[in-house]
Design a protein. Sequence first.
Length: 442
Amino acid sequence: MTTAKEREVIQEQFQARMNEDELLNCMRCGFCLPACPTYKMSGYKESHTPRGRIAMMKAVVDGLIEPDEDFERSLELCLGCLACESVCPSGVKYGQLLEDARDIVAQNKKYSLPVRMVRKTVFDGLFPHPNRMKNMTGLLGFYQRSGLQSIARKIGFLGLIPEHLALMEKVLPELPSRSELRNRPEHLEPVGMKTHRVAFFSGCLMDSLFLKTNDATMKLMQLAGCEIVIPQDQTCCGALHGHYGEKTSSKDLAKRNISAFEELNVDFIITNAGGCGGFLVDYGHLLKDEPEWVERAKNFSNKIKDISEILVAVDFHKKVKLELPSQIITYQDSCHLRNVMKTEAAPRTLLRSINGAVYQEMNDAGHCCGSAGIYNIIESEMSMKMLDYKMEQAKQTQAATIVTANPGCLLQMKLGIEKEGLSTKMRGVHIVDLLLEAVVEM
């Protein structure tokens, strides 16, 4: 709960920092309403729409309302999926307004001690430090392999935590060993004729919890003729920080990544996580107020490509035979891959090229699954409503495999499969893992 003094400071910061031209760019037409997941799942409350949130931001700037608990709650409940931007006829940059508003609130209120400790641990102590991420993954891997996981389940320890968190523990991938985490490549040669020289943005979660998916990504790029450079001094993309009110930290991380990649002389920088890619392509805006960085940021962002885009561009699906046992597969869009990077067709093109598999489009595939970074942890009730809706659409496809292109989406869909009791009939898999599984021959 904010104090009167904190609300006064927040209001002053809104007046000083919010982009009033962008606030006024919203015509209040309502095109965003049908696209907004929280509008539908909250019982059609105007305050939980992009239009409503922008109206409240403008009212705070104009001094018509205070940035009180209801205002904060509206900002907190937004997933940041940016489906609204894709349908907005005025091109309102809602995501940028949301990030600025959250940053102002977060930097000018005093959180409770437990919340401060969690934020400090996550935003400062863990994600900016790749080695710490790997150490954490190593401990979780030991937990899986040592028998501690089996013991914890048998004695009912997981019953002491919320059900959705217990299910998350169950759907964690098979984690790599400490030696696998340490021995990461820095340069890989292409298989066959070289098509491109690329750099790989390996990420933080992807190069720890999802290390095997990163390995699959690099193998596919090699098969596609890519020479690959993997800079060892890259770090977290900063998306989590940027989305949750830690903008200064996200800028620091962006600068570290730009410095790590800008001298590599590569055609593209490849990502395999929609959430990361959606933030990386916006570095130019993130650093727009820093003259010594803004052009460097734009040059960096202009090279960002999702793995599916580069595979389609080099006709990987035509040059490599892809085959799976007979099954129906469907695809769950990553919000930021679809709404920010505008990558919608490429994953579907690849999936439709797999022999033996029948691709079935999911109804409302672009609707957020409810993962949204750490949203499924801090806003579990709304997140589970999103997931229940998404699983209804998935079940209608009768698919045996739900394909995703983002680690958070993957865990969320696996969680949904467990929640629905479908683990013997359905699986969730990252697109690059499925494609490598399907590779038969060049």
